[in-house]
Design a protein. Structure first.
Length: 228
């Protein structure tokens, strides 16, 4: 059985909600994945931007890791997300810090003080994160930015939740859609950010923010069925 087949089989036994332990696992896995993909993200950004997206994202999530140690027992998922937000805003340079910081901050607000997250809460989390990025960056789907990964992810998550899927399946659907959205935006002309200065020269290049979005959402899906 392949890893994907094992994941699909496990969906039938998934828990109905995710808790703080999952949120911490998500951020830790994200830090791991971003570190692994640091050079690749820098290369994508070098093609159409400043060339430091991977470095900035890695720095930000590495700064979060020590803060995840020794969290109080009563720490909620929202509190973890807020911790990530404030850390990214204070440590990540360029546009990524404010954009991702706002995303995690809005996500924290969407889940509030809930101790666990069901499928509907995950959709609300992702929707708020996406809307926070739109509010901060003024980008829309089709502008060749991270929104081209976030919006398909939100739509896919909402559709999965409406169809009765559980938390892991919702996250899996979002991650798949984000990856597809990042790829689908490659032929577009950038209309926002530094890449917009390149005009048609940006065609054929993947937006680094859409790629890091896909990596983050896949990290969340990967650890949804992992026991603490």
């Amino acid at each position: 059985m392949t890893p994907n087949e094992q994941f699909d089989a496990a969906l039938t036994d998934e828990v109905p909600t995710l808790d703080t332990a999952w949120t911490v696992r998500w951020i830790r896995r994200s830090a791991e994945v971003l570190a692994t993909n640091r050079a690749a993200l820098n290369t994508l950004d070098r093609d159409i931007g400043d060339g430091d997206h991977g470095e900035n994202m890695d720095r930000g999530f590495q700064a979060v890791l020590p803060k995840l140690e020794g969290l109080a027992d009563e720490t909620t998922p929202g509190a973890v997300l807020k911790l990530v937000a404030t850390t990214l805003i204070s440590t990540v340079g360029g546009a990524a810090g404010p954009l991702y910081g706002t995303a995690f901050l809005k996500a924290a607000g969407a889940v509030g003080s809930a101790e666990s997250l069901d499928a509907a809460a995950l959709v609300a989390l992702m929707t708020a994160a996406r809307d926070g990025i739109v509010l901060r960056g003024k980008a829309e789907e089709g502008d060749k930015t991270m929104i081209d990964a976030w919006s398909p992810a939100v739509n896919a998550a909402a559709s999965a939740q409406a169809a009765g899927s559980g938390v892991a399946a919702v996250l899996h659907a979002a991650a798949d859609a984000a990856e597809q959205g990042a790829q689908a935006a490659e032929p577009l002309v950038a209309r926002k950010g530094r890449a917009s200065y390149l005009g048609e020269r940006a065609i054929g290049h993947r937006d680094p923010g859409s790629q890091s979005t896909a990596l983050l959402l896949r990290a969340g899906a990967d650890v949804a069925l992992v026991a603490e």
